[in-house]
Design a protein. Structure first.
Length: 281
């Protein structure tokens, strides 16, 4: 966390750097990993200061890491995106993508393999004090979540993009919607990949290497429940950059509350996806 007195101070670097240190829950094995918090058992904590300079020089990443660990930081696996809670000015959400190799050396268990969605509620008068650090979704504990990557919100839902990492045999990369009031997850779209060699879609239920990324709430531009997303197709040759692989798309996604798209000037209409709930092929 970086805290400054004003926007101008923030942009000019006149602030202070902090790292999160969770409070050890009673009766649990002592650990410095995020697995100290589990679903149904939130923790408290604090953001503690970490000086990013030594004298007038900025620390190199390895030195900053050493200083961070010395401050008692809580350690995660693969932190990705964070977003605000639009209904609470002192709450935000973030995701940990997870990994099958990162284990808690205290318990020997994976810290998180399939990934997690967290919420953090700060003290409204002291942003360095964490009133509640909660696990909302945990893919290892049965929630329909696998490798969350990017997130954004509206006034009720957290929209989550998955990055399965090219593991075939799983499902394609999906876009999920988490209801913060009903506490449920609904798949809203999936990235239907086309095999660049065969020119055919991958079989349904088989994951590939394509993914959606960078979801942005565009309700102020395109109307309620609209989202801008990018698609990454790293195995497609475009011919634009010599022999380099990599293609993609920029798409506007309309959620259930969005108004239907107006007919195009050419007389056509926006075609809804058919048997599957989304597509990027």
């Amino acid at each position: 966390m970086y805290v400054a007195e004003s926007d101008a101070a923030f942009l000019s670097g006149r602030g202070n750097l902090y790292v999160f240190r969770g409070d050890q829950p009673p009766g649990m094995p002592r650990t410095r990993y995020s697995s100290m918090a589990t679903k149904g058992r939130p923790i408290t904590g604090r953001f503690v200061p970490v000086a990013p300079r030594d004298g007038g020089a900025w620390l190199v990443p390895s030195a900053l890491e050493t200083r961070t660990q010395a401050a008692g930081s809580t350690n995660f696996v693969r932190l990705k995106d964070a977003t605000v809670d639009r209904g609470s000015s002192n709450t935000f959400f973030f995701v940990d993508t997870g990994d099958n190799e990162f284990r808690d050396n205290t318990t020997g268990r994976l810290v998180t393999g399939k990934g997690r969605l967290y919420s953090v509620r700060l003290d409204p008068f002291d942003p360095t004090r964490v009133e509640e650090f909660r696990v909302l979704l945990d893919g290892d504990e049965g929630d329909d979540l696998y490798r969350p990557d990017h997130v954004d919100t509206d006034d009720r839902y957290v929209w989550i993009q998955e990055d399965p990492g090219g593991f075939r045999g799983l499902h394609p990369a999906r876009i999920l919607r988490y209801d913060t009031q009903g506490r449920r997850v609904d798949p809203m779209a999936e990235c239907i990949e086309r095999d660049p060699r065969k020119g055919q879609e991958l079989p349904e239920g088989v994951g590939g290497v394509w993914e959606t990324t960078g979801i942005v709430n565009t309700s102020e531009i395109f109307g309620q429940d609209t989202w801008l997303i990018a698609v990454q197709a790293p195995n497609v040759e475009t011919g634009i950059f010599r022999d380099e692989l990599g293609s993609g798309q920029l798409l506007l996604l309309r959620g259930p509350k969005a108004k239907k798209a107006a007919p195009s000037r050419s007389g056509g209409t926006t075609k809804e996806s058919g048997a599957r709930p989304g597509g990027c092929g």
